[in-house]
Each structure stands twice: as structure tokens, then as C-alpha cells.
Unconditional design. Structure first.
Lengths: 231, 191
């Protein structure tokens, strides 16, 4: 059962297509697990289609555009390309994989989480960067061993965490698969992974995190080095 | 059966869609072009006023996608307008990410693929039409300030934050206008 959802504003921006892609990645991963938000998005898209349908249309002749379009269509290779791409996406993980990678992450992860280039920051905490956005945002996976603490940290920007596997808790609650957690810069928290299994999360940072615990001096230079802001 | 006329209009276009999907009927595609291309262009120009070339490119792309994906359209899971809106939205995002200063490598095709067409449900069709009508009728009755914010977010592609800056209003005001509107349209029910 999912308890933590994106806000209605976030869902609206997602349905409208105005949400930054890094955040949309988290929403998309969330709704793969969340029937409730799927329904909400379905309605928000309906609203979008009505607004779309009501847009004022200029009376402009589009004959030339239309001719060009049909010329282009005639040159188009038969449509297999797109279908093949779709099939590849929808194919599930092979049976030997321990975890099912969400469809939204298929563009970064082909087989499974193990193929990623994990960087070990402590004996129980690993991080793998999926993507660094030019504008400064970072998309990464974190992988923490069962029962382990994540180093205490604060954020210099917004952070979205989406639980992919396992569970963790902090001062405010317990977060399980599919939960969507949005923290702003004022937050300082100390997550602990539940004892039964390791925890893999998708995280999107708008700016680097700062570790405030004893590991701080050790980790901050490393984290900064791997974050695009510092280059 | 009695029904509001706008949905009936949709039905002739749905028939055209089937002709495109099954018979590769270019005349049907041309009719869809006449109906949707002006809308897609307006949708793009709302986000980037004056960018006619961009609007043409995106409109073409949407029509190509309609042609290529016609067979994936399922009337029981979304109205044709909603389906085309999502194509236009995704094509606009894709165009902007490839042509803007902040290029992104995140492929939007992966992010909006799972929303449509989940869990086959025999009541879904009826439910869908009810939602559709409620939203359409509600939209006409919304106060102008609420409608304006929805247009900013949906048509101009602004986030709530950007809409607030542009209208020189506090973010809280924008949020509450959107929430009020969504509440009236019975889209948003507080959890």
C-alpha cells in the first residue's frame, strides 16, 4: 500500500507536461505502482484535452503544410521502428534478475540494477548516477544495506526520493515501494533502512546534498565532485 | 441514446482513426489533419508565441505519430481528443528538450507511456464518459481567474511557480486557484 504520493500540483504539472523531466521521471515511476494516481492523471489529461480542444484557432491556410506532410509521409520508412522500440520497452526483466526495473528507468537500465556503475561511499551505502542535467539536477540511485543508516544530510535544493525496493524510515514515517517523498532545502533527516532487506531508491536532487554527520568531511568533497554544479 | 453532442462529433473522428489504423486510409488522415493541426499549432504557439516554424514541426510530428500509432489507440481507455492531446504534449516536450538551452537526455517517451490503458474494466467506458462530461460542463462554469491559471499550466506549459511569477501572485494563490478548480471539476478529492 502506497502512502506517500506526489502533490496534486505536481500531478497537474506532470499531466500538463510542464514538470521538469527529472521530476517527471519520479512521478512516472510512482504511477507505475499507484493506481490512485493513475486515475488522477487520467482525469487531469481529460481536462487538458478540453482546454486543448477549446484553444482559439487562427484562420490560416495550412495547405502548404499539408502538402509537405503528405510528401514526408510518402518518404517515411514503414512503421516498424516505433513498434520495435515499444516492444523492447515493454519486455520484462529476464527471470534471473532479482528485481523488476520500472519501465520509466528502462532508458538508463537495460537489464538490472547490478549493471550500473555503483560507487561505494561507505560499507553499507552505494550510489550510481543515472544522469546529470546541464541545469544542475542529478538523477541517481542509492542502495543501502538492510538495517543500515544513511548518513545524516540536509539539502541545498529540493530532493525527491522514490522507493524502488525495500523500505526505509526517518523521523516522519516509514516509506515503502512506490512511495514518493519530496523534501525541500530546510529538511535535515536521518533515514534508516528496515532490517529485512536492502533498500534501493531513485533520487532526484536539484542541487547537491550536504552531509552533516561525522562522515561530512569525508563525503562532501566526493559528492560535490560527482555533481555537475561543481564543474 | 441521449448524449451531449461534443462526444458524438468525436465519433466520426474515431471512425477516421480506425480507417487510418486498419486500411491506412490517407483521406481519413487528411480529415484528421484538418481538425487537429490547427489545434496543435495553437497549443504550441500558446507556449512560444510567434514560433510558427516550431508549431509546424510539432504539428507534423503529431500527425506522423497519429499515422504510426493509430493501431494503439483504444477508444475504451481514452477519448480521441485526450489521446491526441497527450501526443501533442509529448511532442512539444520532446521538441523543447532537443532545441532549448537546457537540453535533456531524458527521453519523454519513457515517462508518459504507462498512463493510458491500465486494468481492463467493463465499467471504465461508462465511467470515462461520465468524467468527461463532468469536466467539460464544469470547465464552462469556472471563474475566469481559475481558468486563466489552468490555461497557463496546460497550454502555455508553465509550472505553478512560473505561473505565479508571471501573474505576480503568491504561489499559494495559484495553488489554491488550481485546487479549487480541480475540486469543482471533481478531479481532485482530498485524500
Amino acid at each position: 500500500m502506497i502512502h506517500y504520493h506526489p502533490s496534486i500540483e505536481t500531478l497537474t504539472d506532470y499531466a500538463a507536461g510542464s514538470l521538469p523531466l527529472t521530476h517527471a521521471l519520479c512521478v512516472s515511476t510512482h504511477i507505475e505502482h499507484c493506481h490512485e494516481c493513475q486515475q488522477q492523471i487520467r482525469k487531469l489529461e481529460m481536462l487538458g484535452s478540453h482546454l486543448f480542444d477549446q484553444t482559439k484557432v487562427e484562420s490560416r491556410r495550412l495547405n502548404r503544410l499539408k502538402d509537405r506532410f503528405f510528401e514526408q509521409l510518402a518518404e517515411q520508412p514503414v512503421q516498424e521502428i516505433m513498434e520495435m522500440a515499444l516492444q523492447k520497452e515493454s519486455k520484462n526483466t529476464s527471470w534471473e534478475e532479482q528485481y523488476a526495473v520500472p519501465n520509466s528507468l528502462r532508458q538508463f537500465i537495460k537489464q538490472g540494477y547490478d549493471e550500473l556503475n555503483w560507487m561505494r561511499l561507505s560499507p553499507s551505502f552505494k550510489i550510481a548516477t543515472l544522469y546529470n542535467e546541464e541545469g544542475g539536477a542529478q538523477v541517481a540511485l542509492t542502495r543501502v544495506k538492510a538495517g543500515a543508516h544513511m548518513p545524516t544530510h540536509t539539502h541545498t535544493g529540493d530532493e525527491i526520493t522514490l522507493v524502488l525496493e525495500g523500505a526505509f524510515s526517518d523521523e516522519s514515517g516509514v516509506y515503502r515501494q512506490g512511495d514518493f517523498i519530496n523534501r525541500d532545502a530546510s529538511h535535515k533527516h536521518k533515514p534508516i533502512v528496515t532490517k529485512d532487506a536492502e533498500c534501493i531508491c531513485l533520487t532526484v536532487l536539484d542541487a547537491p546534498i550536504e552531509f552533516t554527520g561525522w562522515l561530512a568531511r569525508l563525503l562532501n568533497p566526493i559528492i560535490r565532485r560527482y555533481h555537475p554544479h561543481s564543474h | 441514446m441521449e448524449r451531449a453532442t461534443p462526444l458524438d462529433y468525436d465519433e466520426t473522428r474515431v471512425a477516421d482513426m480506425f480507417a487510418v489504423a486498419q486500411a491506412r486510409d490517407q483521406a481519413a488522415l487528411a480529415r484528421l489533419f484538418d481538425y487537429y493541426v490547427p489545434k496543435v499549432r495553437s497549443f504550441c504557439l500558446a507556449a512560444q508565441p510567434g514560433a510558427n516554424l516550431m508549431a509546424d514541426d510539432i504539428a507534423q510530428e503529431v500527425m506522423i505519430r497519429i499515422w504510426n500509432k493509430a493501431h494503439t489507440y483504444k477508444p475504451e481507455s481514452a477519448s480521441l481528443n485526450t489521446w491526441v492531446f497527450t501526443l501533442a504534449r509529448n511532442a512539444r516536450i520532446d521538441y523543447l528538450r532537443k532545441n532549448s538551452r537546457h537540453q535533456s537526455d531524458i527521453d519523454p517517451e519513457f515517462l508518459w507511456q504507462n498512463v493510458v490503458d491500465e486494468n481492463a474494466d467493463p465499467f471504465k467506458d461508462a465511467q470515462q464518459k461520465r468524467d468527461q462530461e463532468r469536466i467539460q460542463q464544469g470547465l464552462d462554469k469556472l471563474p475566469a481567474d481559475q481558468k486563466q491559471v489552468l490555461a497557463k499550466v496546460y497550454l502555455e506549459g508553465k509550472t505553478h511557480k512560473e505561473a505565479a511569477e508571471e501573474l505576480s501572485l503568491p504561489l499559494g494563490t495559484i495553488k489554491s486557484r488550481v485546487r479549487l478548480a480541480l475540486h469543482k471539476l471533481t478531479i481532485y478529492v482530498k485524500r
